[in-house]
Design a protein around this ligand. Structure first.
Ligand code: NCD
Length: 306
């Protein structure tokens, strides 16, 4: 595979291969020195803790050289285009750019513009479009809890419209036969999201949307990407859509059969109650972060190991 831009067109066998590699990396069945002569550039123009650090550590664990190019202090600030900056990196012999950008399709644009070079592009989140490695680590984490996703219900609650995590997950999880259920106010979960995959349902209340959920993925309100006025107020949003023990009880969810995921960063008390974030039995949030390292190592190896 030349780049890692999207989950939409990923082949199921390729995904299964990556999952197997991530498992082997986790149990040290694959040597971790395989990218010794490779140079990776982190190219992030939006805030990030988890994604950036885990990519950085993933590269370091594989013994690649990882450089952190802060887009806000690069020549982009002097008027250079993103593509010219990336071309400079390609000419300097960088093997891989990991890009986070506020523009949807930025990673694809970059890949197209650098088509004639050897450089590989990984999309680490582009606008409201996709965040493929996040979805991939979510799938990996879910598959640690169940062997088969067929007919399992994944409910994604919150700002689905602006969430690249939701989009990549809808594409990816639906390939495994999961039923995708989106929950949130009509302004953030519009009907047209149904067309993203087969088997997508939409609910505008927790009470009707939560029953039958096996995995509950909670999203942050993507305020930086929202137009004004999409929700009445944060208090109103929390009142109707915050995931709490009470909301689960009201929807008659058996706490023993549900697992909760969140890509982070979490706004405790706003989209989910703090106790559930830390709930030892049902929260997979720490496990997602733990797994992210091995999943991103698998993606790097797949693109760069020769
Ligand atoms: C997400 C992102 O940046 O898209 N975070 C992440 O990468 N773990 C989700 C978010 O910002 O809410």
């Amino acid at each position: 595979m030349k780049h890692f831009l999207s989950t939409k067109d990923l082949d199921k066998n390729y995904i299964l291969q990556l999952i197997q590699n991530a498992r082997q990396l986790q149990t040290s069945q694959i040597s971790s020195k395989l990218l010794r002569n490779k140079f990776i550039a982190l190219f992030f123009s939006e805030a990030s803790t988890r994604t950036k650090t885990s990519f950085q550590l993933a590269g370091m664990r594989l013994e690649a050289q990882v450089i952190d190019l802060n887009l806000n202090t690069s020549s982009l600030q002097k008027g250079e285009t993103l593509i010219d900056t990336a071309r400079t990196l390609a000419n300097l012999g960088i093997d891989c750019i990991i890009l986070r950008h506020s523009a949807s399709e930025a990673a694809l644009e970059l890949a197209k513009a650098l088509e004639h070079t050897k450089i590989k592009i990984i999309n680490a989140g582009d606008g409201t479009n996709e965040h493929p490695t996040q979805a991939f680590l979510d799938l990996f984490t879910i598959l640690e809890c169940t062997d088969d996703l067929k007919n399992k219900q994944i409910s994604i609650v919150g700002d689905c419209l602006h969430s690249r995590v939701a989009r990549s997950n809808i594409y990816l999880l639906s390939k495994f036969g999961a039923k995708i259920n989106l929950i949130g106010p009509p302004s953030l979960v519009p009907e047209e999201l149904k067309s993203l995959a087969e088997n997508v349902t939409i609910h505008h209340s927790l009470e009707t949307g939560l029953p039958n959920t096996d995995f509950l993925m909670v999203l942050r309100l993507q305020k930086e990407r929202q137009a004004k006025g999409l929700i009445e107020s944060l208090e109103d949003y929390s009142e109707h859509y915050k995931i709490s023990e009470n909301a689960l009880k009201k929807a008659k969810i058996n706490i023993d059969r549900i697992k909760i995921l969140h890509p982070g960063p979490v706004n405790r008390g706003l989209e989910i109650d703090s106790e559930l974030v830390d709930h030892a039995k049902i929260s997979l949030i720490n496990r997602q972060v733990f797994n992210s390292l091995y999943v991103r190592m698998a993606v790097l190896l797949n693109l760069l190991w020769e």
